[in-house]
Design a protein around this ligand. Sequence first.
Ligand code: 9D3
Length: 248
Amino acid sequence: MHVDILTILPDMFTGFVNTSIIKRAQKKGHLSINLVNIRDYAKNKHRKLDDYPFGGGPGMVMQAEPFFLAIESLLSGLSIKPPVILMSPQGEVFDQNLANELAKEERLVLICGHYEGIDERVRENLVDREISIGDYVLTGGELPAMVIIDAITRLIPGVLGAPEGAKEDSFAMGFLEYPQYTRPRSFRGLDVPDVLLSGNHEEIRRWRRKKAIERTWLRRPELLNNVKLSSEDEELLAEIKGLSKGNR
Ligand code: 9D3
């Protein structure tokens, strides 16, 4: 996967691109990241990127030309045009399904906007889709771009060690995770649940499944509407609900 990132703050990415899994993915040739400083395409002598909004009103608007020049320079000579994605609070909300979809692409172009608006002609003529990472206000699209690259990179075959990762994800997206413990079995008088030390693998599997369902029902009940529950799951959920009623 090759990702071109258009930003006015390329320095924000240096820690990210030089760290752990992202770094390793690049070294192994699974990922390449090309940071493009939009300011390099500002033609005027002050390298100014924004101007007052036509029609008046507060704030500034990022001008179209630098985006056009940067994208044209990236895409010239490419026979297959990669999707151009604008990081935007107005976009579709990023989730695991969208990560899976984008991970199939050979190449992506991500544009990071800023608090000031972007000339609408960029959206209308350059952008294929807009993505938000959730309903909260950030100062720019750089962190969202990193979130998306992080989520996608771990899905590229070969990036994570074991290929079971993806299968476990789909489970993790259906239910929240069960509690985990490691040594020591007693820490400051806090003991690991007996069942995990029992050696009874069937009992352990059922306990974990129950805990995962319980945690999901308590914290994210809406997730249970999107998964198909087995008859065992229904049984465990009934136990959980019965217990919590009895406790009230
Ligand atoms: C209030 C009107 N706009 C400012 C002129 C809204 C606005 C635009 C851009 C508010 C913040 C930003 C900067 N954020 C992003 O570019 C952004 C973002 C976000 O703020 N939250 C979640 N996902 C994303 S993706 C890009």
